[in-house]
Design a binder for this molecule. Structure first.
Ligand SMILES: Cc1cc2nc3c(=O)[nH]c(=O)nc-3n(C[C@H](O)[C@H](O)[C@H](O)COP(=O)(O)OP(=O)(O)OC[C@H]3O[C@@H](n4cnc5c(N)ncnc54)[C@H](O)[C@@H]3O)c2cc1C
Length: 416
């Protein structure tokens, strides 16, 4: 294997953004992805709606990687643009979002990494690290060619689970104070819906239908969550499974449980919800979408108060207004807390650890349980990827370790 300036482990929203940013900055970049496509949870789990804008941002011209994704999705018919939705149907919980078609997003991401000149290795899993003191000397990978080692100057861990960080000795946390994780969801898409009829169902009626479905053991959340995509298909976020990815047998059972729930939910909709009489399921996610896994302990742990108070940081690399949004462990409802000043910031120190050439990107960064529940959305993950890619390039240009880079340089370029 060749030597790379930057290696990105995991090609989700954070990983692809990190790789594109590093390559655009002139760095020889490799992305390693165990699946056959980029996007991770965004595409594979069919999440279908980007969230995480900072207040007022959606009305202003966007910049950076989010702009590139939005422009290309629009050009390919994969989105009808930015919309405002209301969490739990509540007017005060308005959130700007970009709904997208997940198969079109896969092609958009292919185009962006290829144009940036990133080397892409699909069907390749990172299985370990070779350490040289506090530095990762190489990543052990496995694919059909066998086990190999690939070396890079800077390693970005965008694996969702923080797998590279764990292998290199970083400490981590998972779940709430009892170690309980938020539930996962197998998303599905449904066609043949009379959307005019469905649009007439009031929020009160939705909640009544949801209560009926829960009582019958066919529904798992206290609302009807089915939203349209540009192609007229609806996507639904209604299954809730208890899942812990650090328990592989349990995770396997959860995948089957998700499919069983989707079967019951879709039947309930067809039999009970106006507009769904002739509907049919066209696809389910390739895997159950996980809301939770490890949170790596970095040089700084973002706290709940940092989010709720909107505390500024000299090394802030991303901002967002997405509220703390914790799905109850029983899955039925959510606990939502808005940042009091409308916006919160994430410092670069949440992306670095004691490992000198490692940068964290995406969901696995260093954050407390509740704070994590608002940084995990995909616009934020993309921006954390962008920050990681830029930090990798800047540290190489300046000849310093990634975990010693002055985050103020990043703030200036990303938020300045
Ligand atoms: C049900 C559900 C609903 C959600 N709703 C929304 C929403 O409406 N809007 C929103 O913005 N966010 C939402 N989220 C959150 C969001 O989708 C995720 O937190 C986000 O996509 C995580 O991005 P990531 O890049 O950190 O990880 P991922 O997108 O999961 O990417 C990680 C990638 O790494 C790869 N990988 C993992 N381990 C290895 C390895 N060892 N070797 C090689 N590759 C590896 C994986 O295959 C994957 O491609 C939702 C999440 C869930 C589960």
């Amino acid at each position: 294997m060749q030597h790379y300036d930057v290696i990105v482990a995991g090609g989700g929203t954070a990983g692809f953004a990190a790789a594109v940013t590093a390559a655009r900055a002139g760095k020889k970049t490799l992305i390693l992805e165990e699946k056959a496509y980029l996007g991770g949870t965004a595409t594979g789990a069919q999440i279908s709606m980007f969230m995480g804008f900072a207040q007022g941002e959606a009305q202003a011209p966007l910049k950076g990687i989010v702009r590139d994704v939005l422009d290309r999705l629009t050009a390919e018919g994969g989105t009808s643009g930015i919309q405002t939705i209301y969490l739990s149907g509540q007017k005060e919980l308005d959130v700007d979002v970009i709904p997208y078609e997940s198969d079109i997003l896969k092609s958009v991401l292919d185009g962006l990494v290829c144009e940036a000149g990133v080397d892409v290795l699909f069907h390749t899993r990172v299985i370990g690290v070779e350490m040289d003191g506090k530095r990762i000397a190489g990543l052990k990978i496995h694919n059909e060619e066998g086990v190999q080692t690939v070396a890079g100057d800077v390693i970005i861990d965008a694996t969702f689970h923080g797998s590279v960080a764990v292998e290199s000795g970083c400490a981590w946390e998972a779940g709430d104070e009892n170690g309980v994780l938020q539930p996962g969801t197998l998303m599905y898409k449904i066609a043949g819906v009379d959307q005019e009829r469905y649009a007439q169902v009031t929020q009160k009626e939705k909640e009544e239908l949801a209560a009926k479905g829960i009582a019958q053991g066919c529904l798992y959340v206290n609302n009807l969550l089915a939203r349209p995509l540009p192609n007229g298909v609806l996507y639904s976020n209604m299954s809730r499974v208890k899942v812990n990815p650090m328990d592989s047998f349990g995770w396997s059972r959860a995948e089957m449980e998700g499919r069983e729930q989707v079967r019951k939910i879709s039947r309930f909709f067809i039999e009970n919800v106006p507009g769904f009489e002739h509907a049919y399921v066209v696809s389910t996610g390739d895997f159950t979408g996980l809301r939770d896994s490890r949170r790596i302990l970095g040089q700084y742990k973002l706290t709940n108060e940092d989010v709720l108070e909107g505390r500024p940081f000299e090394d802030a690399v991303a901002q967002s207004s997405y509220p703390i949004d914790i799905h109850d462990t029983d899955g039925v409802s959510s606990r939502v807390m808005k940042p009091r000043n409308g916006v919160f910031y994430i410092p670069y120190r949440c992306q670095i650890t004691q490992v000198s050439n490692l940068i964290l990107a995406g969901r696995c960064i260093s954050a407390a349980y509740e704070a994590h529940a608002c940084i995990r959305v995909m616009i934020t993950c993309m921006r954390l990827g962008e920050s990681a890619g830029l930090a990798a390039a800047e540290s190489l240009n300046r000849g310093c370790a990634a975990n010693e880079l002055d985050g103020r340089i990043l703030k200036e370029k990303l938020l300045g």
